[in-house]
Design a protein around this ligand. Structure first.
Ligand code: PEP
Length: 251
């Protein structure tokens, strides 16, 4: 039985003071909420330590939005897995489409990062998804297949079982356009089939596959009730404690 995970990707929003405010509002909202899923927030690096401290006795866990695959060295501005662990992070988002498109991250780099996260004990939230042109060109499955195969290359079944996958159609991220529940379910089922062929039915059935792309309180319930949608990776709507909590309630 897969436990749903609702994760909030704060992106480059909230300085330290704003982070403290949002976390305390979220704690207040959740105090009156029955939480039946895992909840993760991924603030910017500068707020991670504060977040883990403030959320010490809370159901909310903390993740980072990126990391580099080396332990340390002359890699100006990069952050290692060990550094994330040292401030109490449990998860790390890897391969987000904004990293792929704006910062030129490719499948090989993402694969190295996933391997490092796993070797270090961080849970990767591995993002995949097609662009609008790819969807309209009828190559969604091909794109997903390549991202999944290359991203998971050389990863054993034992390690694979620790990974969370986030299907995020690029055309739905931050655009207000959401995949319909049927469109999302179709791709999620395809991903699970692909994972079955790459690993095993047991491993694929146990994998949490989140949906991401303009998830909000109004559409979360229907998306999250699809058979293969096991949670949400939320951008815009996680920046308000109330709307993030409404999505958590739908899970
Ligand atoms: C995201 O950043 O992963 C995301 C899904 O953003 P939004 O919910 O704003 O589309």
């Amino acid at each position: 039985m897969r436990k749903k995970i609702v994760a909030g990707n704060w992106k480059m929003f909230n300085n330290l003071n704003e982070s403290v405010t949002l976390i305390s509002e979220l704690k207040q909202e959740l105090a009156n909420t029955e939480v039946n899923c895992k909840v993760v927030i991924c603030p910017p690096f500068t707020s991670l330590e504060t977040a883990t401290t403030l959320l010490k006795d809370s159901v909310v866990e903390v993740g980072a939005q990126n990391m580099f695959y080396e332990d340390n060295g002359a890699y100006t501005a990069e952050i290692s897995a060990g550094m994330l662990l040292s401030v109490g992070c449990k998860y790390v988002i890897l391969g987000h489409s904004e990293r792929r498109t704006i910062f030129g991250e490719n499948d090989e780099l993402i694969n190295k990062k996933i391997k490092k996260a796993l070797a270090s004990g961080l849970i990767p939230i591995f993002c995949i998804g097609e662009t609008l042109a790819e969807r309209e060109g009828g190559v969604t499955e091909k794109v997903i297949e390549t991202q999944v195969k290359k991203g998971l290359e050389g990863i054993s079944e034992e390690d694979f079982k620790k990974i969370v996958i986030a299907y995020e159609p690029v055309w739905a991220i931050g655009t207000g356009k959401t995949a319909t529940p049927a469109q999302a379910q179709e791709v999620h089922a395809y991903i699970r089939g692909l994972l079955t062929s790459l690993y095993s039915k047991e491993a694929a059935d146990g994998t949490v596959i989140q949906y991401g792309g303009s998830v909000k309180p109004e559409n979360a319930k229907e998306l999250l009730s699809q058979a293969d949608i096991d949670g949400a990776l939320v951008g815009g709507a996680c920046l308000k404690a109330k709307s993030f909590t409404e999505i958590i309630k739908c899970a």
